[in-house]
Design a protein around this ligand. Structure first.
Ligand code: NOJ
Ligand code: CA
Length: 716
């Protein structure tokens, strides 16, 4: 019997056996209902399969790589060693949806070597969790492989049927797209509503490629989520869908030369993740992606503070102000000279008004966009070398603003739009962060609108993945928290870099300002897709829901006002914007109270009910306090949310303030109708809340005061 065959046989030995349900024969690790198979076939091809409760989730699927110069790293292997270990530990994130996280898994590593010269080595490491499986490839140090180029990854995810799928096209440069819900067999990236403006894919060469996190539901009611964790020094993985066989295969985002990754041994890939459950809520509460990331690299991260902020921002998005100080070159006549356009929002007087509003209402941060020179030509054909990140427009007095903000207890948030000129930002970053330190900025929002410079690189390729991480590390060195817009979608790296406090990486609320917007179901899909990788700067809290955009009178939000409030809970972020302008809030101070009260850091989170594409209800406990906040949202269909308050302290009485949809509320025809009610509740209360079409409800639950106990009725 050749050695390789002996190895195949060895693998069928069940090395950690806790079976409660029938498991497939060659199970190599099992935790609760999740089990993993691994084998090398006759040709030495590595294959894995994932099971849930004894039923296949991923059928036997190929693994490995092809390197440049036709070096094949996906067959001809034999097993030289297997290691396994069990881990069960808990850790405390610096900030998060919960204050303590259990990391419980069984790890099995297969050390493989090719039988033919040059006898290359590759390891495959699996971690089996109660809610899924993660695996990654390691390329050990070896004399026959040092510097190498990945030409393609041949990992497959062979699925068991034509699942319902929530997907966006495999664009290399944007994830700001609308989700299509279809069968796998119907995926067609070229036919979907692809991008923000123009409805045309920027860069989707593969008609059948989709992005991750990919959310699926089987006919039997299993929820499956495929993504990756700890994306470092590697391109993003997209998935090619074979519509006939329901097989997905890794599609790595290429660089300018068409290569996928440049590595040097020892090296490893990100973790490929398959999260699975028969409950949709368990997908949202999974901590597997965070657990697969490395612990914090910041020695002391106590300076990273979750917070709410407002911004000189929505007025530009809705075109009542401008980022630029003079007019854009394309709007100037042939002989005219640039002159102040009189619409520049980031002027000292306006900034002070926003500081006053923030200070009056206990909102910690203020973002000001358009403060620095360069906005006359920030997008379109001019992209490149506009911004230096340190030169303010003449009407923005950095020193005076800083002083005024400090006096009023408000933190200024820096804005660095790069116009996707990452090459220039790399050169300027030191200077930019020194500027932030000098003027007391502790957070920055960066942005990458446009085509990447260096030309040919993509937002989701290895070069940019490394660039985003350089910016995160540089920010950490300067004790600055960073919120990246237009980055590759997140993969849990905020565990390792807690100053990576949020990012955009999906179609945010702003699309309702500058495009036809996003349908009401959008916010019920995002937590199952984009947010699986980390917090999103979605910019909720728009109160003026219709006719806010000058020059585009028909535009409206695709939610009710109450749903805008609920998003503070359902769309998790430690950095949460109150996105509307002060005047809109001043018109509804009673509803604004929820935004003032809602915290941004949590001890605990309970997913009360959830179904991707339909509805989500989440309750969260404020960090260090005995208060809970609940958000319930629905898609275009109205529904009743049943919310048992079993998580409350059993003996205590609480005051609930319900910010719900009002009589006749409907996202389209009557989005402003809301009503606010207060009651006394206990842990036995079940709230029954009616959500309008495109509606929602936000609820604060705080220990009742003596006065409230006297005044308010019990909830019935
Ligand atoms: C796109 C971002 O998503 C948006 O928030 C920002 O205002 C503009 N870029 C300008 O940087
Ligand atoms: Ca954006």
């Amino acid at each position: 019997m050749p050695f390789r065959k002996i190895c195949c046989c060895l693998l069928v030995i069940n090395i950690c056996c806790e079976a409660v349900t029938a498991q497939p024969n060659n199970t190599i690790a099992l935790l609760n209902k999740v089990s993993l198979q691994f084998s090398l076939d006759q040709k030495g091809i590595p294959q894995y399969a994932v099971y849930y409760d004894g039923k296949a989730v991923v059928r036997p699927s190929r693994m490995g790589f092809v390197l440049s110069n036709s070096i094949v790293l996906n067959e001809g292997f034999q097993l030289i060693k297997t290691d396994s270990t069990d881990v069960d530990e808990t850790w405390n994130p610096v900030w998060g949806e919960v204050s303590s996280i259990r990391n419980h898994y069984k790890q099995v590593s297969f050390h493989l070597q090719q039988t033919q010269t040059p006898n290359l080595l590759m390891n495959i490491v699996f971690k089996v969790y109660e809610d899924g499986v993660g695996f990654r490839y390691e390329f050990p140090r070896q004399s026959n492989l040092t510097y190498f180029i990945v030409a393609s990854e041949t990992t497959q995810f062979n699925l068991t049927g034509d699942h319902k799928t929530f997907w966006i096209p495999g664009d290399y440069d944007t994830n700001e797209q609308l989700y299509t819900t279809s069968r796998l067999s119907e995926v067609d990236a070229w036919k979907s509503d692809m991008v923000s403006t123009g409805g045309r894919a920027l860069n989707v060469p593969d008609q059948y490629a989709v992005q991750t996190p990919l959310m699926m539901k089987t006919a039997e009611g299993l929820y499956i989520n495929i993504h990756e964790a700890a994306l470092v020094n590697f391109p993003a993985m997209q998935l090619h869908v074979d519509r006939a066989s329901h097989s997905l295969s890794a599609n790595l985002v290429p660089d300018a030369a068409g290569n996928k990754a440049y590595l040097r041994t020892p090296a490893n890939t990100p973790w490929r993740t398959v999260i699975v459950s028969d409950k949709a809520a368990a997908i949202l509460s999974s901590k597997m992606i965070l657990n697969l990331n490395e612990p914090s690299k910041l020695e002391n991260a106590s300076w990273v503070k979750p917070m709410k902020f407002i911004g000189i921002w929505w007025e530009m998005q809705t075109n009542t102000g401008s980022w630029n100080y003079t007019d854009r070159p394309d709007s100037l006549g042939a002989n005219s000279k640039p002159f102040p356009n009189g619409r520049h929002s980031a002027n000292t007087a306006n900034v002070k008004r926003y500081i006053d509003f923030a200070s009056r209402n206990g909102i910690k941060g203020l973002l000001v966009e358009g403060w620095n020179t360069g906005w006359e030509a920030w997008y379109g054909n001019w992209n490149g070398r506009h911004f230096d990140f340190v030169t303010p427009y003449p009407d923005f007095d950095v020193t005076a603003i800083q002083q005024y903000a400090a006096d009023k207890g408000v933190e200024m948030i820096m804005h660095n739009e790069t116009s996707a000129d990452a090459a220039t930002y790399d050169q300027q970053m030191d200077t930019a962060f020194q500027f932030m330190n000098r003027f007391g900025y502790h957070s920055v929002k960066t942005g990458y609108v446009g085509q990447i410079i260096p030309r040919g690189e993509h937002h989701d390729g290895q070069w940019m993945v490394n660039h985003y991480l350089r910016s995160i590390e540089k920010a950490a060195k300067h004790q600055v928290a960073i919120d990246i817009h237009e980055p590759v979608r997140p993969t849990g790296l905020h565990r390792t870099y807690p100053n990576f406090i949020a990012c955009e990486a999906a179609r945010g609320n702003e699309f309702n300002a500058f495009s036809e917007g996003s349908p009401p179901e959008h916010e019920t899909i995002l937590p199952f897709t984009r947010l699986m990788g980390g917090p999103m700067d979605y910019t909720p809290g728009i109160f003026k829901l219709r006719n806010y955009a000058t020059g585009a009178p028909g535009r409206q939000m695709h939610t009710t006002l109450a749903k805008q409030l609920a998003l503070y809970i359902t769309m998790y972020s430690p950095l949460q914007m109150a996105a509307d302008i002060p005047a809109s809030y001043e018109a509804h101070m009673d509803a604004f109270q929820f935004i003032k009260d809602v915290p941004t850091d949590w001890d605990d989170t309970k997913i009360i009910e959830a179904e991707p594409g339909d509805y989500i209800t989440i309750a969260r406990k404020e960090k260090g306090k005995n208060s809970w906040f609940i958000g319930a949202i629905t898609d275009e269909n109205s529904r009743i949310a049943n919310i048992p308050l079993w998580f409350l302290n059993a003996v205590e009485k609480y005051t609930v303030t319900i910010y719900g949809d009002g009589e006749g509320a409907d996202w389209k025809t009557n989005p402003e109708a809301y009503k606010i009610e207060q009651f006394i509740v206990t842990g036995k209360t079940v709230l029954i809340l009616k959500l309008a079409n495109g509606g929602g409800a936000a609820v604060s639950v705080m220990p009742a005061t003596a006065e409230q106990l006297k005044k308010l009725k019990m909830y019935k």
